[in-house]
Design a protein around this ligand. Structure first.
Ligand code: AMP
Ligand code: GLY
Length: 423
């Protein structure tokens, strides 16, 4: 197949590496990609957020499948434009992508579909926020509606901090005050053809910048998969996944279809396993980053077939995607100053030595080639991904590889998957 992947992060590199790992050889194109992706696909100079430009390129170059990585092209209507021209695309249209972009839309869909989620109040004034905080109790959760790149959420025991957070976002529209959900988080991905869903294997993300879940929220500083503790709590991953499929993914996909906005692409369920059952904290309309970096290397079925089947409405006949028993751990390396003001332009060294550690590969994000030198040009720079027999081995390999990398001011967490190993 001739496949075009839109985006430039480690998630897109992971998608491309999974496509490359298939027995069948594909012609792979990436727009805009990055220095690492450029080693595994042809980089295309194309504005991934321009529906007309992407559609024209796909037409001219006989692309069989377009895979949309990040959210921005979805919101810009790239999938709608491709679909209108009959080009298979993995990624929802603008209307269905609101499941991620508008928290109010997502809450309404969940309510109508009867999906378990925390209580939430939409507040338009500071007085309404204060009343909702007192009603729902501490810890407090306040979210901006719409896109805020992870920065729109505050979780705090401090009522004044919650009010102050609401005050910064109220001028741009209502905010959501949510019930705090207590328990471990799980990211579970579903392929959807608009009607049928197929689950992938669960992963856990580490959203805070610092060890021990301290510091600001980020896009994600690391991940691991599978989650051994699901065995203990649910008697196995299968039971957990089946339950979330039936209670959450299928009703949501069915509801979106019934409303005339079928969701074709990746439904990312952000879940919390509470004592009172599994509940949704958020949906995304795309693969997660860095979870994709640990889920796809464990997939043993050809990714291209699954994505094309979803894009063409043919998931019903597909078997459940199969995963290896190996465990994967990803550690994200970020620039000094991330997430607020990442320092860019610094040199990266030791990547060959890092990749040479057994079971390790690198998924590039904000990297660029400058002659012989590789430089970091953004916040999250790359994911160091390790496969091993179990989480402990993968973790050990990932951190050995990280220690080979030279990167002035580089930040990474030292406790990714540590609790999963400790049990
Ligand atoms: P979101 O942007 O909605 O994914 O929120 C970012 C992060 O904030 C989540 O991954 C959780 O760690 C935390 N969070 C969001 N909503 C809640 C909630 N209702 N209860 C507990 N933690 C939450
Ligand atoms: N890792 C969180 C996200 O992709 O939104």
């Amino acid at each position: 197949m001739r496949i075009l992947v839109l985006g430039s992060g480690a998630r897109e590199h992971a998608i491309i590496l999974a496509l490359r790992a298939e027995a069948t050889e594909h012609a792979l194109f990436a727009a805009p990609g990055n220095a690492g992706i450029g080693q595994d696909a042809v980089l295309v100079d194309l504005d991934a957020n321009d529906p007309a430009a992407v559609t024209a390129y796909a037409n001219e170059h006989a692309i069989d499948l377009v895979v949309i990585g990040p959210e921005a092209p979805l919101v810009a209507g790239v999938a709608d434009s491709l679909r209108e021209r009959g080009i298979p695309v993995f990624g929802p249209g603008r209307a269905a992508a609101q499941l991620e972009g508008s928290k109010a839309f997502a809450k309404r869909i969940m309510e109508t579909a009867g999906v378990p989620t925390g209580r939430a109040v939409r507040a338009h004034t500071l007085d309404e926020v204060a009343a909702a905080l007192d009603d729902l109790g501490a810890p407090h959760v306040v979210k901006a509606d719409g896109l805020a790149a992870g920065k729109g959420v505050i979780v705090t025991p401090d009522r004044d901090a919650a009010l102050a957070h609401a005050e910064t976002y109220l001028p741009t529209g209502p905010v959501l005050v949510e019930e705090f959900l207590d328990g471990p988080e799980v990211s579970l991905f579903f392929l959807s053809d608009g009607d049928h869903v197929l689950p992938l294997s669960p992963a856990q993300d580490f959203k805070r910048l610092g060890d021990g879940d301290t510091g600001p929220n980020t896009g994600g500083m690391g991940a691991y998969s599978p989650l051994p503790w699901l065995d203990e709590r649910f008697g196995g991953e299968r039971t957990f996944v089946d339950r979330v499929t039936a209670e959450i993914a299928e009703p949501v996909i069915g509801r979106l279809d019934a409303e005339g906005t079928p969701f074709i692409g990746l439904l990312y369920a952000g879940l919390i396993v509470t004592d009172d059952g599994v509940k949704v904290i958020e949906f995304n309309a795309r693969f997660g980053d860095p979870e994709t970096q640990v889920v796809l290397p464990r997939l043993t079925d050809p990714l291209s077939e699954l994505l094309l089947a979803a894009a063409s409405g043919n998931l019903e006949d597909h078997d459940l995607p199969a995963f290896s028993d190996q465990a994967a751990v990803a550690v994200v390396l970020a620039s000094e100053g991330y997430p607020e003001h990442p320092v860019t332009g610094r040199e990266l060294t030791g990547l060959d030595a890092a990749s040479a550690v057994e079971g390790v590969h690198l998924a590039h994000a904000a990297t660029t080639r400058d002659g012989e030198v590789l430089r970091a040009i953004g916040g999250r720079v790359l994911s160091v991904v390790a496969l091993g027999a179990d989480i402990a081995e993968s973790r050990d390999r990932a951190y050995r590889a990280v220690s080979e990398i030279g990167f002035e001011g580089g930040q990474y967490r030292t406790d990714i998957a540590a609790l999963a190993v400790a049990g």
